[in-house]
Design a binder for this molecule. Sequence first.
Ligand code: 9MR
Length: 397
Amino acid sequence: MRLRRLVLISAVAVALGATLNAGAVAANGGQSDPSAQSLRTLAARHNLAIGTAVNMDALDDANDPKYRQLVASQFSTVTAENVMKWEVLEPTQGTYNWGPADELVAFAQKNHQKVRGHVLVWHNQLPAWLTDGVANGTISNTQLRDLLKKHITDVVKHFKGKIWQWDVVNEAASDPWDSPPAIHLKGFWAEHLGAGYIADAFRWARAADPNALLFYNDYNLEAFSDKGPSDKTFFVYNMIKQLRAQGVPVDGLGSQGHLGTQYGNYDTFQVKDALDAFSDLKLAVALTEVDARSQMTAGVLANDSNEINPRLQASAYNYSVLLQACLLNPHCISYTVWGFDDKHSWVPTWFTNPPEGLATLYDESYQPKKAYRMVQSDLLFAGPPFVLPRIPQTPRR
Ligand code: 9MR
């Protein structure tokens, strides 16, 4: 009798438990545990593309299947970290090396991902034949302009129809620490071709693919400072405003979002203000290269949690500020991280004195960090009335 009662009680308990669980599932809109949802699933609720820069060596590494699996499962857009740059695409003049970039595009298509093309005009990672030729005088400035036109035309045509957003011009503006401190156009292209190369580049890109969205992309554009001569965001804002007034086909502003936890950085509304200013020019906006690095002090390197924890928290906060600002502006169509794991991040190889790191969403063993959880929860908690679905951008004619 006792046994029977126990069995009965257990059966009722099991049934009740099942009902409660069913209730919990229903309360989640039929979804399972929200913390198990991928970033791309959560971002899709807002029609926001969430992306990563992709390191092709890692993607091709047969001993590292997890890298490939995470790119495919977590992200809905990809950017070539290096393989669409001029030095990789045309290492010898006239001989194109499309292989690695084509492979990334094929991977993206297979995984239903959009592609951000990076980058058509930049002063870094140019082929030696080009920079040497200019330096030794065998390439004149007129020839250089023709070569740039050919490069843009060939590359954009090669990928025509497969690229969602092109970073047409990258990092053309100086920084306040340059000389003179008033922001100006800097680097190889401005020095040899003058300011006109920017408008030319956008027009050539538009002619080669009328449907790709054309972006100006730069760093340290997260917020306005004093709107004076050394305010880079204000300089770029005025530059694009002028280009648009001249009918130059600029469709978007890429704010890279390379942050460091040692700096004061910004809050959500400061970043929103900057994004709003650009979208008021009828541009789409995108966060294109987000990461938030920290100094690797002796304590961090010795695994001292007193030093590691505040850095992981501050890094997560910075990811969140940029994402929340993006979510608050419906013209912010994508949020891309510049590598998703500390093992493949550009940061440790770039910043060595003092060493910096811990900049990405996952640690070196692909364990999600606080930043990953923060991005997940920001995407999860966002919704009307302040966060509305993205408004797609159409190319400017
Ligand atoms: O992540 C890229 C790294 O692998 C290259 O060595 C480096 C060379 O300049 O470029 C890095 O990517 C840059 C991007 O193309 C433009 N914005 C800044 C990025 C980080 O330096």
